[in-house]
Each structure stands twice: as structure tokens, then as C-alpha cells.
Write a protein that binds this ligand. Structure first.
Ligand code: PBG
Length: 329
């Protein structure tokens, strides 16, 4: 009891603080999202995501080599599809020589040991900007699951190590798991976006991929009939438990910072690795405030990443991965 116990004693020097620090960020914590576009020599900055780029396949090769050099060993691939290849069924997603399939091969060629995860959802391929098939103002569940399942097998065939369904359709994990088993992809993992909330923080990502829901009659303007209501907590645990029962190897909570209560709760409930996605809007806010000189970019970035890990994240998908690793030295 005071004055015998003085907690401040453990904070007296940086050497001591680092000795007793509970949470340390390392390159192994990160999963690096990458945006891929058609063409050659393309490295275009995404206006709402400063210092983040869409890359053509040649530049993707350069990028993953650089990531590997820095100790970043896992990537999460997204593709931007030209409008003329989009339809309601997301048919282009199944093209064996489609952009995603080529991107997977490109990464594996450049860096054979890089862990490749792929986004599985229809929105980049959908003429309506939805994660599933649209009919009469609704998003069809089971029909969408069929396409997502074929899409997953196609990614596995192209060499993906993990598929990451971000669509929030019911039952898709079981369907994908069974199809991967049937096709002999026994070691292809599934990282399920299990507790994915209908969030306003995805705006810059939808700019990056041109994937926002379109504003036309009989097409839902938002994703609230499949992504979760951000007011809910128990539902997150239920969704996550279901995905594990259906065969998910890794589960995810998304977005990050506003949802760290959910991260901790899920971490306490489940015994598979938990990933957290620090999303585009979270990245954009820090960049914008730092540009104005209102926040210290590096300090805020590290505080946020450490908080995400402290909350229980085993894996952090973050656009800050490179910035953070550079800072770690
Ligand atoms: C869509 C998808 C989204 C993100 C990842 N996959 C956006 C959405 O659901 O509309 C968001 C990632 C980010 O904002 O960084 N399947």
C-alpha cells in the first residue's frame, strides 16, 4: 500500500518502460492490403488515401519484393475492374485469366514464400456495387454464395494460400470449405470477415476500387441487409462462432478502432487467431489531420496500431503497415 507501492516507479525511464511493456508491434503482425489495376507502369495514388496506390501487375511485382525486404510477409489482394467487365452476377470474378487470378500468380512469381490472401466478394465485379447478386431490390443470399464459392476455388487454383470472404452472406464459409475440400485444396485457408459492420469508414476504399453501391431504382443504396448493425455486440459473437463452426481458420473484426470492445470480447470467446482490419477511413482520418498539422502522424499511427493489438488482434490488416515497419527500424 502507498507509499510502499508507487506504480510510477515502473515508468521512470525509457529502458524500464520498454522492459515492462506488454504489447510490442512487429512486422509479423501485419497483413498488407494491395489494390491491383489493369495496364502497365501504373502506380496511381488514391485521392482519399494519401500515399496509397493502385498498382498494375509490373508494379505489383516491385511492391511485393519491397515488402518482403522489409519483413512484411502477408498480402491481401483487391482488384479494380473496368466497368465494361462488370455485371450483376460478377461473372468476371470466375475468369481464370482475370485480374485477381493473374495478381495471385504475379505475387507468387515475385516472392514464392509471400502469403497470399484474396478478397472474396462481388462488389468490385458488380455493376450495382454490391457484394452479392441483386434482384428486385434485394441481395440474394444463396445464389451469391454459389458464385463466391466458385470464386474461392478459382483463387485457390491460381495459387492463393487463403481466401478472405468479405461479403457477409449467410452460410458462405461452409460452402467454400466444402468446395475447397472437394477440389483437393485441403490446405487453402479461410479468413472470414465474421463481424463486419455496415460502416461509414469504408468510403475511401470504395473510391479506390470504384465499388460503391450505385444509385439506381430497385438497388439498395447501402449494405445494411448483410453487414452488421454497428449498435450490436452479441450478434458479433454469434456470427464469429458460426464461421468457426463452418470451418473458418481465422476470424476478423472490421473496422478497427471503433470496434475494439468487440475485438476483446471475441478474443476472450474463441481460440482461433483473430484479425482486425484498420480500414480506409481510419487511415484517411490520420493522414488528413497530419497534413493539416493537427496530429503527429507517426505517434498517432503507432498508438492506434498498439491499441488494436492490445485489444486482442493477432493479425492487423492495415494501410499503415509499411509506414509502421519503417518506423520500427
Ligand atoms: C467489400 C469490402 C470493403 C472493404 C473490404 N472489402 C468495403 C465494403 O464493404 O463496402 C473495406 C476496406 C476498407 O475500407 O479499407 N467486400
Amino acid at each position: 500500500m502507498y507509499p510502499l507501492i508507487r506504480p510510477r516507479r515502473l515508468r521512470t525511464s525509457e529502458a524500464l518502460r520498454s522492459l515492462v511493456r506488454e504489447t510490442i508491434i512487429s512486422p509479423n503482425d501485419f497483413l498488407v492490403p494491395l489494390f491491383v489495376v489493369e495496364g502497365k507502369g501504373i502506380k496511381e495514388e488514391i485521392p482519399s488515401m494519401p500515399n496509397y496506390y493502385r498498382l498494375s501487375l509490373d508494379n505489383l511485382t516491385k511492391e511485393v519484393k519491397e515488402l518482403w525486404q522489409m519483413g512484411l510477409r502477408s498480402v491481401l489482394l483487391f482488384v479494380k475492374i473496368p466497368d465494361n467487365l462488370k455485371d450483376n452476377q460478377g461473372s468476371e470474378a470466375l475468369n481464370e485469366n482475370g485480374l485477381m487470378q493473374l495478381a495471385i500468380k504475379t505475387v507468387k512469381n515475385a516472392c514464392p514464400d509471400m502469403l497470399v490472401m484474396t478478397d472474396v466478394a462481388l462488389d468490385p465485379y458488380s455493376s450495382y456495387g454490391h457484394d452479392g447478386i441483386v434482384a428486385d431490390g434485394l441481395i440474394l443470399n444463396d445464389e451469391s454464395v454459389d458464385v463466391l464459392t466458385e470464386m474461392s476455388v478459382s483463387h485457390a487454383k491460381a495459387g492463393a494460400d487463403f481466401v478472405a470472404p468479405s461479403d457477409m452472406m449467410d452460410g458462405r464459409i461452409l460452402s467454400i470449405r466444402e468446395a475447397l475440400e472437394d477440389e483437393g485444396y485441403l490446405n487453402t485457408g479461410i479468413m472470414a470477415y465474421s463481424a463486419k459492420y455496415a460502416s461509414a469508414f469504408y468510403g475511401p476504399f470504395r473510391d479506390a476500387l470504384d465499388s460503391a453501391p450505385v444509385d439506381i431504382k430497385n438497388v439498395p443504396k447501402d449494405k445494411k441487409t448483410y453487414q452488421m448493425d454497428y449498435a450490436n455486440r452479441f450478434e458479433a459473437i454469434r456470427e464469429t462462432q458460426m464461421d468457426i463452426d463452418e470451418g473458418a481458420d481465422i476470424v476478423m473484426v472490421k473496422p478497427g478502432l471503433c470496434y475494439l470492445d468487440i475485438v476483446r470480447e471475441i478474443k476472450n470467446e474463441v481460440d482461433v487467431p483473430v484479425a482486425v482490419y484498420q480500414v480506409s477511413g481510419e487511415y484517411a482520418m490520420v493522414k488528413a489531420a497530419a497534413e493539416k498539422g493537427w496530429l503527429d502522424h507517426d505517434a498517432v499511427m503507432m498508438e492506434q496500431l498498439t491499441a488494436i493489438k492490445r485489444a486482442g488482434a493477432n493479425i492487423i490488416a492495415s494501410y499503415f503497415a509499411k509506414d509502421a515497419v519503417k518506423l520500427l527500424g
